[in-house]
Design a binder for this molecule. Structure first.
Ligand code: URA
Length: 238
Protein backbone atom coordinates (compact mmCIF):
# COMPACT_ATOMS: atom_id res chain seq x y z
CA UNK A 1 0.00 0.00 0.00
CA UNK A 2 1.04 3.64 -0.30
CA UNK A 3 3.61 4.49 2.35
CA UNK A 4 2.02 7.86 3.27
CA UNK A 5 -1.44 6.26 3.67
CA UNK A 6 0.06 3.49 5.81
CA UNK A 7 1.76 5.98 8.15
CA UNK A 8 -1.38 8.11 8.42
CA UNK A 9 -3.48 5.04 9.15
CA UNK A 10 -1.16 3.31 11.62
CA UNK A 11 0.28 6.34 13.43
CA UNK A 12 -2.75 8.64 13.08
CA UNK A 13 -0.54 11.46 11.82
CA UNK A 14 -1.77 14.68 10.30
CA UNK A 15 -0.50 15.62 6.85
CA UNK A 16 1.89 18.10 8.50
CA UNK A 17 3.30 15.52 10.94
CA UNK A 18 3.72 13.11 8.06
CA UNK A 19 5.72 15.65 6.08
CA UNK A 20 7.92 16.29 9.11
CA UNK A 21 8.65 12.56 9.56
CA UNK A 22 9.99 12.46 6.01
CA UNK A 23 11.93 15.74 6.42
CA UNK A 24 13.52 14.44 9.62
CA UNK A 25 14.55 11.26 7.76
CA UNK A 26 12.60 9.11 10.19
CA UNK A 27 11.08 6.87 7.53
CA UNK A 28 13.23 3.83 6.77
CA UNK A 29 12.52 1.13 4.21
CA UNK A 30 14.84 -1.87 4.42
CA UNK A 31 17.20 0.25 6.50
CA UNK A 32 17.41 3.13 3.98
CA UNK A 33 15.95 6.62 4.44
CA UNK A 34 12.89 6.86 2.17
CA UNK A 35 11.81 10.17 0.62
CA UNK A 36 9.16 8.98 -1.80
CA UNK A 37 5.98 9.44 0.22
CA UNK A 38 3.67 7.66 -2.20
CA UNK A 39 5.82 4.62 -2.84
CA UNK A 40 4.30 1.16 -2.66
CA UNK A 41 5.22 -1.04 0.30
CA UNK A 42 4.27 -4.39 1.75
CA UNK A 43 5.59 -5.54 5.11
CA UNK A 44 5.97 -9.09 3.75
CA UNK A 45 8.64 -7.65 1.44
CA UNK A 46 9.89 -4.50 3.11
CA UNK A 47 10.98 -3.64 6.62
CA UNK A 48 9.04 -0.43 7.31
CA UNK A 49 10.29 1.56 10.30
CA UNK A 50 8.83 4.98 11.07
CA UNK A 51 10.22 6.96 14.02
CA UNK A 52 11.38 3.68 15.52
CA UNK A 53 8.07 1.86 15.09
CA UNK A 54 7.73 -1.10 12.77
CA UNK A 55 4.62 -0.90 10.58
CA UNK A 56 2.75 -3.77 8.95
CA UNK A 57 0.44 -3.96 5.95
CA UNK A 58 -2.26 -6.50 5.16
CA UNK A 59 -2.64 -6.59 1.37
CA UNK A 60 -3.91 -9.75 -0.32
CA UNK A 61 -2.58 -11.40 -3.47
CA UNK A 62 -4.33 -14.35 -5.12
CA UNK A 63 -3.34 -16.33 -8.15
CA UNK A 64 -6.49 -17.47 -9.99
CA UNK A 65 -6.85 -20.07 -12.73
CA UNK A 66 -9.56 -18.23 -14.62
CA UNK A 67 -11.96 -20.49 -16.47
CA UNK A 68 -13.53 -19.51 -19.81
CA UNK A 69 -17.03 -18.08 -19.39
CA UNK A 70 -16.16 -15.83 -16.45
CA UNK A 71 -15.59 -12.12 -17.03
CA UNK A 72 -12.54 -10.20 -15.83
CA UNK A 73 -14.41 -7.57 -13.85
CA UNK A 74 -15.74 -6.93 -10.38
CA UNK A 75 -19.37 -6.67 -11.44
CA UNK A 76 -21.33 -7.77 -14.47
CA UNK A 77 -25.06 -7.85 -15.12
CA UNK A 78 -24.97 -11.09 -17.13
CA UNK A 79 -21.98 -13.24 -16.31
CA UNK A 80 -20.11 -14.51 -13.27
CA UNK A 81 -17.04 -12.38 -12.53
CA UNK A 82 -13.55 -13.35 -11.40
CA UNK A 83 -13.96 -11.74 -7.97
CA UNK A 84 -17.15 -13.76 -7.47
CA UNK A 85 -14.95 -16.87 -7.58
CA UNK A 86 -13.43 -15.84 -4.23
CA UNK A 87 -14.71 -17.60 -1.14
CA UNK A 88 -16.51 -15.23 1.27
CA UNK A 89 -13.60 -15.38 3.74
CA UNK A 90 -11.18 -14.18 1.02
CA UNK A 91 -13.41 -11.57 -0.55
CA UNK A 92 -13.12 -7.87 0.10
CA UNK A 93 -14.47 -5.14 -2.17
CA UNK A 94 -11.02 -3.68 -2.87
CA UNK A 95 -9.77 -6.87 -4.56
CA UNK A 96 -9.65 -6.55 -8.32
CA UNK A 97 -8.08 -8.30 -11.33
CA UNK A 98 -4.73 -7.08 -12.63
CA UNK A 99 -5.15 -6.76 -16.37
CA UNK A 100 -7.83 -8.37 -18.43
CA UNK A 101 -8.45 -11.75 -19.99
CA UNK A 102 -11.34 -12.10 -22.47
CA UNK A 103 -14.39 -14.03 -21.31
CA UNK A 104 -13.43 -17.00 -23.48
CA UNK A 105 -9.76 -16.92 -22.35
CA UNK A 106 -8.59 -19.04 -19.42
CA UNK A 107 -5.43 -18.99 -17.35
CA UNK A 108 -3.39 -17.04 -14.88
CA UNK A 109 -4.90 -13.93 -13.35
CA UNK A 110 -3.57 -12.01 -10.36
CA UNK A 111 -6.19 -10.64 -7.98
CA UNK A 112 -5.12 -8.10 -5.36
CA UNK A 113 -6.24 -5.20 -3.22
CA UNK A 114 -2.82 -3.59 -3.66
CA UNK A 115 -4.07 -1.13 -6.26
CA UNK A 116 -0.68 0.45 -6.82
CA UNK A 117 0.94 -2.89 -7.70
CA UNK A 118 -1.87 -3.73 -10.11
CA UNK A 119 -1.53 -0.35 -11.76
CA UNK A 120 2.25 -0.56 -12.08
CA UNK A 121 2.25 -4.10 -13.49
CA UNK A 122 0.22 -2.78 -16.42
CA UNK A 123 2.47 0.19 -17.20
CA UNK A 124 4.02 -0.13 -20.68
CA UNK A 125 7.45 1.04 -19.46
CA UNK A 126 7.74 -2.02 -17.19
CA UNK A 127 7.21 -4.36 -20.17
CA UNK A 128 5.82 -7.18 -18.04
CA UNK A 129 5.96 -10.28 -20.25
CA UNK A 130 2.90 -12.44 -20.75
CA UNK A 131 3.00 -15.92 -22.26
CA UNK A 132 -0.04 -17.59 -23.81
CA UNK A 133 -0.73 -21.09 -25.01
CA UNK A 134 -2.96 -20.84 -28.07
CA UNK A 135 -4.71 -23.16 -30.45
CA UNK A 136 -5.04 -21.71 -33.95
CA UNK A 137 -7.44 -22.89 -36.68
CA UNK A 138 -4.81 -23.60 -39.34
CA UNK A 139 -1.11 -24.14 -39.95
CA UNK A 140 1.18 -21.67 -38.20
CA UNK A 141 4.38 -21.37 -40.22
CA UNK A 142 7.95 -20.17 -39.85
CA UNK A 143 6.89 -17.13 -41.89
CA UNK A 144 4.44 -16.31 -39.06
CA UNK A 145 7.24 -16.72 -36.49
CA UNK A 146 9.30 -14.16 -38.44
CA UNK A 147 6.34 -11.79 -38.81
CA UNK A 148 5.75 -11.89 -35.03
CA UNK A 149 9.49 -11.30 -34.48
CA UNK A 150 9.33 -8.20 -36.73
CA UNK A 151 6.23 -6.79 -34.99
CA UNK A 152 2.74 -7.57 -36.23
CA UNK A 153 0.66 -4.76 -37.68
CA UNK A 154 -3.07 -5.06 -36.85
CA UNK A 155 -5.62 -4.70 -39.65
CA UNK A 156 -6.34 -1.15 -38.34
CA UNK A 157 -2.65 -0.19 -38.72
CA UNK A 158 -1.64 -0.45 -35.02
CA UNK A 159 1.89 -1.82 -34.74
CA UNK A 160 2.83 -4.33 -32.02
CA UNK A 161 6.23 -4.77 -30.44
CA UNK A 162 8.25 -7.82 -31.48
CA UNK A 163 6.87 -11.01 -29.97
CA UNK A 164 8.20 -14.53 -29.59
CA UNK A 165 6.14 -17.24 -31.26
CA UNK A 166 7.03 -20.91 -30.70
CA UNK A 167 5.26 -23.59 -32.74
CA UNK A 168 4.50 -26.68 -30.65
CA UNK A 169 2.61 -28.54 -33.36
CA UNK A 170 1.17 -27.58 -36.73
CA UNK A 171 -1.14 -29.34 -39.19
CA UNK A 172 -3.32 -27.90 -41.99
CA UNK A 173 -6.30 -27.87 -39.62
CA UNK A 174 -4.84 -26.69 -36.34
CA UNK A 175 -1.68 -25.56 -34.56
CA UNK A 176 -0.60 -25.25 -30.95
CA UNK A 177 1.74 -22.38 -30.14
CA UNK A 178 3.29 -20.45 -27.28
CA UNK A 179 3.29 -16.69 -27.70
CA UNK A 180 5.16 -14.24 -25.48
CA UNK A 181 4.30 -10.54 -25.67
CA UNK A 182 5.57 -7.52 -23.73
CA UNK A 183 2.48 -5.36 -23.94
CA UNK A 184 -1.24 -5.68 -23.37
CA UNK A 185 -3.36 -4.31 -26.16
CA UNK A 186 -7.08 -5.13 -26.25
CA UNK A 187 -7.61 -8.66 -27.71
CA UNK A 188 -3.94 -8.55 -28.62
CA UNK A 189 -3.24 -12.23 -29.26
CA UNK A 190 -6.40 -12.79 -31.28
CA UNK A 191 -5.77 -9.67 -33.36
CA UNK A 192 -2.14 -10.63 -33.99
CA UNK A 193 -3.23 -13.93 -35.52
CA UNK A 194 -6.10 -12.27 -37.39
CA UNK A 195 -3.51 -9.99 -38.99
CA UNK A 196 -1.93 -13.21 -40.36
CA UNK A 197 -5.34 -14.45 -41.57
CA UNK A 198 -5.66 -16.99 -38.75
CA UNK A 199 -8.09 -17.49 -35.90
CA UNK A 200 -7.33 -18.33 -32.28
CA UNK A 201 -9.73 -21.04 -31.17
CA UNK A 202 -8.47 -21.44 -27.59
CA UNK A 203 -6.34 -19.17 -25.44
CA UNK A 204 -4.77 -19.72 -22.03
CA UNK A 205 -2.36 -17.39 -20.24
CA UNK A 206 0.35 -19.43 -18.59
CA UNK A 207 2.79 -16.70 -17.40
CA UNK A 208 2.73 -13.08 -16.34
CA UNK A 209 6.05 -11.53 -15.37
CA UNK A 210 7.62 -13.88 -12.83
CA UNK A 211 4.30 -15.64 -12.09
CA UNK A 212 3.44 -18.98 -13.66
CA UNK A 213 0.14 -20.83 -13.77
CA UNK A 214 0.62 -23.72 -11.32
CA UNK A 215 0.02 -27.13 -12.93
CA UNK A 216 -2.00 -28.29 -9.94
CA UNK A 217 -4.35 -25.31 -9.74
CA UNK A 218 -7.76 -26.46 -11.00
CA UNK A 219 -9.80 -24.27 -13.36
CA UNK A 220 -11.78 -21.80 -11.26
CA UNK A 221 -9.58 -22.34 -8.22
CA UNK A 222 -7.13 -19.87 -6.69
CA UNK A 223 -4.56 -19.63 -3.91
CA UNK A 224 -2.61 -16.90 -2.14
CA UNK A 225 0.73 -16.06 -3.74
CA UNK A 226 3.55 -17.99 -2.16
CA UNK A 227 6.27 -16.00 -0.42
CA UNK A 228 8.73 -16.70 -3.27
CA UNK A 229 6.19 -15.47 -5.86
CA UNK A 230 5.56 -12.27 -3.92
CA UNK A 231 9.32 -11.76 -3.55
CA UNK A 232 9.66 -12.08 -7.31
CA UNK A 233 7.21 -9.17 -7.63
CA UNK A 234 9.25 -6.93 -5.29
CA UNK A 235 10.96 -5.12 -8.19
CA UNK A 236 7.54 -3.88 -9.35
CA UNK A 237 6.88 -2.10 -6.04
CA UNK A 238 7.78 1.51 -6.76
N1 URA B 1 -5.10 -11.48 -25.99
C1 URA B 1 -6.36 -11.76 -26.37
O1 URA B 1 -6.70 -11.70 -27.54
N2 URA B 1 -7.23 -12.13 -25.41
C2 URA B 1 -6.92 -12.25 -24.11
O2 URA B 1 -7.76 -12.60 -23.29
C3 URA B 1 -5.59 -11.96 -23.73
C4 URA B 1 -4.70 -11.56 -24.69
Amino acid sequence: MRLDKLIEEKLSTTRKELKRLFQQRKVLIDGQVEQKQNRNVDSQLHEIIVAGTRLTTDAHYFLLHKPAGVVTAKKDSRFQTVTQLLRPADFNPAIYPVGRLDRDTSGLLLLTDNGQLGYDLLQPDLKVQKTYYALVNEKVTIADVHAFEQGICFLDGTRCQPAELVILSATEKSSAVLLTINEGKFHQVKKMFLACGKKVTRLTRIKMGPLELPQDLALGDYRPLERSELRALKKYFR
